[in-house]
Design a protein around this ligand. Sequence first.
Ligand code: FEO
Length: 394
Amino acid sequence: MRTEIANDIFWVGVVDYNIRDFHGYITNRGSTYNAYLIRDDKTALIDTVKHTFGDELLRNVAEIVDLDKLDYIIVNHVEMDHSSSLPMMAKLAKNATIICSERGKDALIEHYGSDFNKVKTVKSGDELKLGSRTLKFLEAPMLHWPDSMFTYIVEDKILMPNDAFGQHLATGQRFDDEVDAHVLMEEAATYYANILMPLGPLVARKIQEVVQAGIPIEMIAPSHGIIWRKDPTKIIKAYSEWAVGTSQKKIAIVYDTMWGSTDKMARAIAEGAISQGVEVKMLKLRASNNTEAMTEILTSKAVLVGSPTLNNGIFPTVGSFMIYAVGLKPKDKIWSFFGSFGWGAGAVRAMAEMARKAGFEVHEPGLEIKYVPDQGDLQKCFELGVQIAKEVSK
Ligand code: FEO
């Protein structure tokens, strides 16, 4: 399947309807691996796809140009969802010059061997004339790998920024005006929260750089999900806000429970917060997952994490969440911890320590109760909810 997204510019990617786990990121709506083909005096393929779909990519490209007549393959990013069918493509498109960033060359050799010694490297500002069209390259190191770069089609004003501005959303539709706007923004936020969040300052700087360079953008064609053609500024604006940690009057309560005590605590905390008019998102980890939790945290001002103590430490699902959250470094949140224990406490202390080490702002003290919360304990939980709600309402 292919789609002409602008005159002689084609989407030749594939839709992965069934992927549900993208290296730990839960992708409930599947994904796509977008590749693009530009037909001009010279032809250029921008990125490839995950190797399991390589045959489909070859078919899509071959419908437009004989593979041995392909002139260029641009590698915007070496992560394997975009490059693992490159070796197969390079073998068949034997006259194509492969182009990537300097660090992309190293990564290609490290992934696929010394055959990739021959690739041509480009840096920010370099241009490639295809005929009536010009490709301009913009390095985007650590957005989100060292090798990442954006390709811009000057005459069509189309930005192909690879992973940036993407979403894991499998659909037969290709454009923002063809899909449900709410679903689209939800998936864009989930993608940002679970991949780009720790890189917020770099994202903000790169957006600033593009804006200051006065590069007009009429379409953003990322490497996952749909293409922004109706209103590309919508996703640029959303990224600008997420990058500086803009959050709402909202609290995320992320927890798990063994025999229901930590669940009772979470519910009482939620009631306290709601009594102050603050929105609360309840995320019990075995009914939800780390991916959804991080998406809610992206726009929350406070995060309350609850764990029962198991074997003197954190309950495993909550421990996994804490490791995930520390890595993604959400900005400007208030963190607080709670949970139940039997004969020896430990989970609350351990979680608070992890958060402090990560540089998070921790609301002290946390709240730990023995075995099952009684009315007095539940009142303390309610009050913690009230207190945190007041802080996020300031
Ligand atoms: Fe979609 Fe960083 O790969």
